[in-house]
Design a protein around this ligand. Structure first.
Ligand code: PGA
Length: 237
């Protein structure tokens, strides 16, 4: 049985490294014995190196970036002010990167073409890409030119816009239906996560009823007790 993937997207939080360390430590101390769950912590870039360096290699925690740039120059760097390359993330110890999050599509005006280039750059750096979509129709554009062989390194997160950061509930039935459509399009082996106001009350229904491979958790990942409850729910399935 594959492990559930519970991804913590901290977004632009918390406000200091000290708080980030506290949040990380309160989570990592409690999931040492997780067997059925892999937890991926995606902090802001500025905290990644510090958190990743205090990581116990035997723990169930992996790290991910919340985004990356689409250029991945062979030299590992380039004249792209303000950007972070997939290779930099890889070299810091990340295994994952979130791509195409709806907040970036909205605020940074990221297009499907940019998202597509980012996925290709991430794969080249041997990162797993967590592709966020809100509509099935985005898949064709976001994955254009990416071969089926690479799908094992792509995880699709279905994040309905109305539910992201709103506290609004997407029915597990609808999530299940979308998961089936994604698998129909990309093959039965593609891993699909649910994201959008996931919390400890609804986590089990997305994992059990909607048969999601995991969750992308925003707001609830900033509250260690709530986040640990979500992880525990997954462990118990
Ligand atoms: P939310 O965010 O859990 O706060 O809705 C999810 C996400 O943006 O990935």
């Amino acid at each position: 049985m594959k492990k559930f993937l519970i991804v913590a997207n901290w977004k632009m939080n918390p406000k200091s490294l000290a708080e980030a360390k506290k949040l990380f430590n309160s989570i990592s101390a409690k999931i040492k014995n997780a067997k059925r769950v892999e937890v991926v912590i995606c902090p802001p870039f500025v905290y990644l190196s510090s958190l990743a360096s205090q990581q116990d290699p035997s723990s169930a925690i992996s790290f991910g970036g919340q985004s990356c740039f689409w250029e991945n120059p062979p030299t590992g760097g380039g004249a792209f002010t303000g950007e972070v390359s997939p290779l930099m993330l890889k070299n810091l110890g990340c295994q994952y990167v979130i791509v195409g999050h709806s907040e970036r599509r909205r605020h940074q005006k990221e297009t499907d073409e940019m998202v597509n280039k980012k996925i290709k750059a991430a794969l080249k750096a041997k990162l797993k890409a967590i592709l966020c979509i809100d509509k099935i129709s985005q898949l064709g554009r976001d994955l254009k030119g990416i071969s089926n062989n690479d799908f094992k390194n792509i995880i699709v997160a279905y994040e309905p816009l109305f539910a992201v950061g709103t506290g609004k509930f997407c029915s597990p039935k609808k999530a299940k239906n979308i998961r089936q459509l994604i698998r129909k399009k990309l093959g039965e082996n593609i891993n699909v996560l649910y994201g959008g106001s996931a919390n400890s009350n609804n986590a089990s229904s997305y994992l059990r009823e909607a048969k999601m491979q995991g969750l992308l958790v925003g707001g609830a990942s900033l509250n260690p007790r709530e986040f640990l409850r979500i992880v525990r729910n997954a462990e118990e399935i």
